[in-house]
Design a protein around this ligand. Structure first.
Ligand code: G4P
Length: 510
């Protein structure tokens, strides 16, 4: 194995998905403590409190600078390099979460044992399933009165559409929760004593009957290993990290457009999955988060943005290895680097040492919320255009410009995105405006292999056709019924719910 392959093999890059309050923050904190990335309990918790104390997006806004630093947490554990990618807690920013999920090799699903699998988790899991990302399940809060574990296991199986293979089994729950039984070794790990005989017997029974963990099934996304514990009591957390190290996949090959790119090949490549505006509104600099796909990144190396062919010096790149600053100047497949820039890098961009590659798979989701913009000061039209373009390049908001000309329509997946956009347009671009209701509720990107048919479709539906920031055409409808009728009437036109950011081709995807 060469030096790069050795580095790749010891990488584990994952994100935690959960419904709010299931315990993601608590688990993250315990994992970081375990990995030595933080030393004081409450560090992550405090950050979350600051970020989400209210549903006030102003708070989120204030924390933007902090969240750049905390959005990737890297630490070493058992000789492995662990990259834990943070995802926004608020569902209005779920599009950001979807994009983060494209940059990980594995996911940990946290569920509250009293509640089971909740809606927000399901949506995120769909993204994992679509990408074949292996999912490990942590059933949390066993120290509380919870639902019967067997029932939870059933629910996980039907909700995820994959077999659930418990690695551990709780011995009792709530006040009677005394620990877990390792179903593979038969070893008992005690949180407190004594264990009730009945609970012990149940655990032993499950040991005989439960679905056995099969690594290949897990890696293929057909099975989820399940661990039980209590993040708050730091019980079962180490098992999560051990399972990730033992079973989660190291970075694998990715399709780079024209060819398959192996993680351990000598030449650097990476893909931008997130753009984050920095704190200082005066500078408008942004950090592009790049998932390294192959090769070895060293600070200062020259990189090429494949979409534009522009060259980039990476001397001010940010890496995230929290403890060992001296090695923070290099990165391998699975690692994340942050590259400050002034808008030269866009979502979905591929960076290489020169080879024109293009990684795909970064989705935009059809928005469901739409607003029209009314400028308070018409003089600021140019600033508005610039601001909207940049916000849409970051993925903070989507914009749709009418095919027939006229003012653009703002679109979002979550309502808070509009508040953030309005706030930032005012503070960063000096644009004051009002957001008014728009008549649309549905958007679909459209395509058709026959260009004349597409032209006919545009001509006949001119008032409903828009172009997104990348120029891809979309059909906006007032109701789903309207969309259905149009689809029936135009069978040759394909209507897409998602669009891939491919940087180069900007093709709509099915
Ligand atoms: P989230 O990031 O998924 O939204 O959840 P978070 O970790 O913030 O946890 C949500 C609540 O659940 C917190 O309580 C947290 O302390 C609690 N919690 C997390 N893990 C466990 C567990 O294993 N057992 C029990 N009993 N509770 C757990 P809170 O009251 O909202 O916050 P705090 O005042 O306790 O900090």
């Amino acid at each position: 194995m060469n030096a790069i392959a050795r580095q790749v093999a010891r990488r584990r890059t994952f994100a935690i998905v959960s419904h709010p309050d299931a315990g993601k923050t608590t688990l993250t904190e315990k994992l970081l403590l375990l990995g030595g990335a933080i030393h004081v309990a409450g560090t992550v918790k405090a950050r979350k409190a600051a970020r989400y104390a209210t549903s006030d997006w102003m708070e989120i806004e204030k924390q933007r600078g902090i969240s750049v630093a905390s959005s990737v947490m890297q630490f070493e554990y058992r000789g492995h390099v662990i990259n834990l990618l943070d995802t926004p807690g608020h569902q209005d920013f779920s599009e950001d979460t979807y994009r983060v999920l494209t940059a990980v090799d594995a996911a940990v699903m946290v569920i509250d044992a009293a509640k089971g699998v909740e809606p927000q988790t399901l949506k995120l899991l769909e993204v994992c399933r679509a990408r074949g990302t292996p999912v490990l399940t942590f059933v949390n809060k066993l120290d509380r009165d919870v639902r019967p574990p067997l029932e939870l296991l059933d629910e996980i199986e039907s909700a995820l559409g994959m077999a659930a293979a418990p690695l551990t089994w709780p011995i009792g729950s709530g006040r009677e929760f005394s620990g877990v039984l390792d179903l593979r070794t038969g070893e008992r790990r005690r949180m407190r004593s004594p264990a009730h005989q009945e609970a012990l017997e149940e655990a032993e029974m499950v040991r005989e009957a439960a679905t056995r963990f099969e690594s290949a099934q897990y890696l293929a996304g057909l099975q989820t290993p399940v661990l039980f514990g209590s993040a708050l009591n730091d019980f079962g957390v180490k098992e999560v990290l051990d399972a990730l190290v033992d079973h989660a996949p190291a970075p694998a090959s990715r399709r780079g457009g024209t060819r398959e790119v192996a993680p351990d090949e000598g030449i650097f490549s990476g893909v931008v999955f997130k753009i984050q505006a920095n704190m200082d509104p005066a500078h408008r600099d942004r950090v592009a988060f790049v998932r390294v796909c192959s090769g070895r990144f060293t600070r200062g190396m020259k990189l090429v943005i494949c979409r534009s062919g522009r060259e980039l010096r990476s001397s001010n790149a940010v890496t995230f290895l929290s403890q060992r600053r001296e090695t923070a100047d290099e990165a391998y497949a699975g690692d994340i680097i942050g590259i400050p820039n002034h808008g030269t890098i866009a979502l979905g961009d591929t960076l290489t040492e020169g080879e024109p590659l293009q990684f795909g798979g970064l989705p935009s989701f059809a928005p469901e919320l739409f607003r029209r913009v009314e400028l308070a000061t018409p003089m600021k039209a140019k600033q508005l255009r610039t601001g909207l373009r940049q916000l849409s390049e970051e993925g903070a908001i989507q914009i749709f410009t009418p095919h027939a000309g006229g003012a653009p329509v703002l679109a979002a997946v979550g309502a808070l995105q509009f508040d953030v956009a309005a706030h930032r347009l005012e503070h960063e671009y000096g644009v004051q405006m009002r957001l008014l209701g728009a008549e649309y509720t549905v958007a679909r990107w459209v395509s058709c292999p026959e260009a004349p048919e597409l032209d006919r479709f545009f001509a006949r539906n001119a008032h409903r056709i828009f172009h997104d920031a990348a120029g891809v055409p979309a059909y906006l409808a007032a109701t789903t019924a309207e969309l259905t009728v149009t689809q029936k009437y135009w069978p040759k036109i394909a209507f897409h719910r998602t669009r891939e950011h491919t940087g180069l081709a900007q093709e709509a995807a099915a």
